[in-house]
Design a binder for this molecule. Structure first.
Ligand code: FAD
Length: 593
């Protein structure tokens, strides 16, 4: 308690000095409050961008350009009960105002000076969050009902009225963003090529359950109920998505596939061709959002010599329905990430002879260890009990600059490595190739740098250790012949079925496919922050490229990633779109960096 009070007081004092310096336009005084090593991550409030400034000099340049317009005031501590001090670090939540919005954030002081600062816009002035009234009472009672209004809205949008925003894809990202935009009264239509939201999960192999626990997975405006399972089975999750879309009153066209899009710079509108029930419909939204799936929608099918000659069945993991009908067959699963593990486990449990082919190392973490050492402080029952709701955990997560990501992640990964040393040894003894993510950052490091070969172990690893799932590691596939898979090191594995658990294609691929290669080239890579790893080449960006922020193609946005990211970042995409619709100036800082 004493430490909490001291921490709040220390933060309050620094904020007060920052307030004064910025109000007096005294940049030198403001910079004196920052440590020599310092990071300022801003989500919209200063930059109308998602940007991390990684030195005093970068902060100076940003403030010099933006201060007059942003006019920040009212810097204060927030959630004081959660402020804390450990060794030389003091940290806590903060709030502030700008000329156009209200902000919250998080600050870390190192030896009394600002080490990391997160500033985020939470509300636009004049468009603050409020609960819709729903019904007019008294003499102005509604003449048409809610249901009638919904019917009219659905019949008009995209037909006689153009949406301001068109979202392609009704997965967790399209729906989260749709709900945020609905709350902000931004006319939005979502097109989904499947019939119903959730179908992409319904189509996946039947044993799939979400790997992240329920506390991490709440949706905007709607938490999962108390009795929801910790790990959601995929068909239950599909029903949640569908129910969510109804409860949030989202305007969705099912069975509607976006075929082509082009942008008209004069009208500042898109022309998007949609195929629905065999009919072509042209829509003209001001903004187009790709919520088409970061990983999961565009199967990456490798080209391997001999695929034409192979006598058996070949399928991508996305098409694999489950182990039924595979009894008595030899199945080879190519890949060693989540899908490969889940599929192998289900096959082995059904008595199928299955071999996993692992070309390169994967990161494996036991589910309970991941929860205990990585997720528990942020997304767990204990976290909620200590006041860390999912929203606060999201801010805490966002407060870590990517440049310091390894320092924050590695201790948890190391602790697991030590606690589960026997498990990792047994896996290696079984021939499994392990790695621990770039710079030892484990699962998140792999995910954020686009290397998705990881698995949160819920028992499959023991089946590999026990030999119930055969393993062929250390070599890629050279070719197939009529009835076997032949590896580069000449090993030959008999096969009646080959399942390619080889991942999914990139987001920029969607842009090339639906818009043009020129536009895809203009915007560049989507995802990754330029860590210099194989799938995430430099230059260093310090932010996930093109995600949730303006792209170099006007009116084009990307909304993707895990449920927690969908929840958190949809808020910022929605605010950017709302501001544009309302004509609030949104000068972007650092778009060309
Ligand atoms: C085996 C497996 C397990 C996973 N487990 C988890 C997990 O536990 N937790 C988690 O957060 N993530 C998990 N993921 C990742 C998961 O796929 C994504 O997090 C999630 O699906 C992303 O949601 P999304 O809304 O971005 O994309 P998606 O869910 O892929 O939704 C995109 C939608 O866009 C639609 N679409 C695509 N193109 C068009 C078009 N041209 N016109 C109209 N509609 C179109 C698709 O039909 C689809 O419905 C897993 C993935 C796999 C493969």
């Amino acid at each position: 308690m004493l430490d909490q009070t001291k921490a709040s007081t220390q933060i309050r004092n620094v904020l007060s000095e920052l307030d004064q310096a910025l109000t007096n336009n005294n940049i030198d005084d403001a910079l004196k409050l920052f440590a020599d090593e310092c990071y300022w991550r801003d989500l919209l409030s200063f930059t109308w961008n998602i940007k991390t400034l990684e030195s005093k000099e970068e902060i100076r340049l940003m403030i010099a350009e933006r201060l007059v317009v942003v006019r920040p005031t009212g810097w204060a501590t927030d959630q004081e009960g959660l402020a804390k001090r450990t060794d030389n670090i003091t940290e806590g939540f903060i709030r502030f105002d700008t000329a156009v919005g209200y902000g919250t954030g998080y600050i870390r002081l190192k030896n009394g000076l600002i080490w990391t600062l997160l500033t985020t816009m939470q509300d636009l002035k004049g468009h603050e969050f409020s609960r819709p009234i729903g019904a007019n009472h008294g003499e102005h009672q509604d003449e048409i009902s809610w249901a009638e209004k919904r019917e009219v809205e659905l019949s008009e949008l995209g037909v006689t009225k153009q949406p301001y925003v068109l979202i392609i894809g009704a997965g967790q990202n399209g729906l989260s963003l749709g709900a945020r935009l609905r709350q902000l009264n931004v006319p939005t239509l979502i097109v989904e090529k499947d019939e119903r939201p959730g179908d992409s999960w319904r189509k996946r192999y039947k044993t799939l359950c979400l790997h992240n626990p329920v506390w991490e997975n709440h949706f905007p405006y709607l938490d999962f109920p108390e009795n929801w399972p910790v790990f959601t089975p995929k068909d239950k999750y599909a029903d949640w998505l569908e129910a969510y879309s109804k409860l949030m009153e989202l305007n969705i066209w099912g069975g509607a596939e976006a075929k082509h899009a082009s942008y008209n710079h004069d009208s500042q509108k898109w022309t998007v061709v949609i195929e629905r029930n065999g009919e072509e419909i042209t829509l003209q939204p001001n903004h187009l959002v790709f919520a088409t799936g970061l990983s999961g929608s565009r199967p990456n099918m490798p080209n391997i010599p001999g695929q034409d000659e192979f006598d058996g069945i070949q399928q991508h993991s996305a098409e694999h329905p489950g182990p039924e009908g595979m009894e008595g067959k030899n199945v080879v699963v190519i890949g060693s990430s989540t899908s490969a593990h889940d599929i192998c486990a289900a096959l082995a449990k059904n008595g199928v002879d299955v071999t996993m082919v692992q070309r390169s190392p994967s990161y494996i973490v036991k589910s309970e260890s991941f929860m205990k050492h990585v997720l528990r402080p942020l997304y767990s029952e204990e976290a909620v009990a200590s006041g860390i709701t999912a929203e606060k955990a999201d801010l805490l997560n966002a407060s870590i600059p990517f440049a310091k990501f390894a320092d924050f992640m590695k201790p948890g990964v190391d602790a697991i490595r030590e606690a589960d040393a026997g498990f990792y040894q047994a896996l290696e003894d079984a021939g499994f190739l392990l790695d621990f993510g770039p710079g030892g950052t484990g699962l998140f490091g792999k995910y954020l740098t686009g290397t998705n070969n990881y698995y949160i172990d819920i028992g499959t690893s023991q089946m590999i250790i026990d030999g119930k799932i055969k393993l062929a590691s250390g070599s890629g596939v050279e070719k197939l012949d009529k009835n076997s898979v032949i590896l580069e090191d000449d090993r030959q594995i008999p096969a009646d079925v080959v399942i390619y658990a080889t991942g999914f294609n990139s987001m920029e691929g969607w842009a090339a496919e639906l818009i043009s290669q020129d536009v895809a080239d203009k915007i560049g890579t989507v995802w990754g922050f330029g860590s210099g790893t194989q799938k995430d080449p430099g230059p260093w960006e310090g932010e996930l490229r093109n995600m949730w922020k303006p792209t170099k193609q006007e009116g084009l946005w990307f909304q993707g990633s895990l449920i927690a990211h969908a929840r958190f970042y949809s808020h910022f995409v929605a605010l950017q779109l709302k501001a544009r619709m309302e004509g609030v100036p949104t000068p972007i800082y650092g778009l060309d960096d």
